[in-house]
Design a binder for this molecule. Structure first.
Ligand code: SAM
Length: 211
């Protein structure tokens, strides 16, 4: 698994790599995942959006151009520099999300908390605790939208692992949607999962409202 220095080295070439590799594992369906996530975000003036593991801001920049206020967290200084150059009015925080969310978040509420291709850097229990922590920063109708290398079931993961042979990355911890949905529901949240490609999908998580 890359540390922040590894991502700093990758930052300049990151977008080229994704483009070149978007036909196979791990990035197969990358642009479709981002398009689906984008489509789940209702266009409202001044959407407040937090992006966890924002990287160079490929998705957030689209939202920024639509007028959203962007806050991005990432542990790679170089990734953040690229994102900040694209989005001068965005707020970017260098932070390791293995430690949860940064302490500077106060009472501000986000309409959307999004994350693309970053949750696989967290253990399954940390994925759930980060979602739980994020819940507190959402406004009443807010949603958490996570796109990543993901599979509906463990069988799907094993099939991809077999087909990917030596390309398979043993260090990354991919989402198995049916298992994760069960854990998320225990935190009073509703989940909808869409498989987008043979190795990627999107989780849409929202709060349950009493009638
Ligand atoms: C594969 S890139 C995805 C970037 C972007 N969200 C996208 O969709 O293109 C993963 C990003 O997560 C960041 N990242 C990985 N582990 C992290 C951690 N523990 N804390 C904060 N950021 C992390 C990396 O620096 C990198 O920018």
């Amino acid at each position: 698994m890359l540390d922040n220095n590894g991502f700093d080295v990758w930052a300049k070439e990151y977008e080229k790599t994704v483009q070149k590799d978007s036909n196979g594992y791990p990035f197969k369906g990358y642009y479709d995942v981002l398009d689906l996530m984008y489509g789940l975000i209702e266009q409202r003036p001044k959407n407040q959006i937090l992006d966890i593991g924002v990287g160079t801001g490929i998705l957030t920049n689209r939202l920024y151009e639509d007028g959203a206020q962007i806050c991005g967290i990432d542990f790679s200084k170089k990734m953040l520099q690229i994102a900040q150059n694209k989005m001068p009015e965005g707020k970017f925080i260098q932070w390791d999300f293995n430690l949860g969310l940064p302490p500077e978040f106060g009472p501000e509420k986000f309409n959307y908390i999004i994350s693309s291709y970053a949750f696989h850097h967290l253990s399954n229990s940390k994925k759930i605790s980060l979602i739980d922590e994020s819940k507190a920063l959402l406004d009443k109708t807010g949603k958490i939208i996570i796109g990543d290398v993901a599979f509906e079931t463990e069988e799907g993961l094993l099939k991809c692992k077999k087909e990917s042979k030596s390309k398979w990355d043993e260090d990354e911890i991919y989402i198995i949607a049916d298992e994760m949905a069960q854990a998320i529901k225990k935190h009073g949240l509703a989940v909808n999962y869409t498989q987008v490609s043979s190795c990627a999908g999107v989780l849409e998580i929202h709060q349950l409202h009493e009638a």
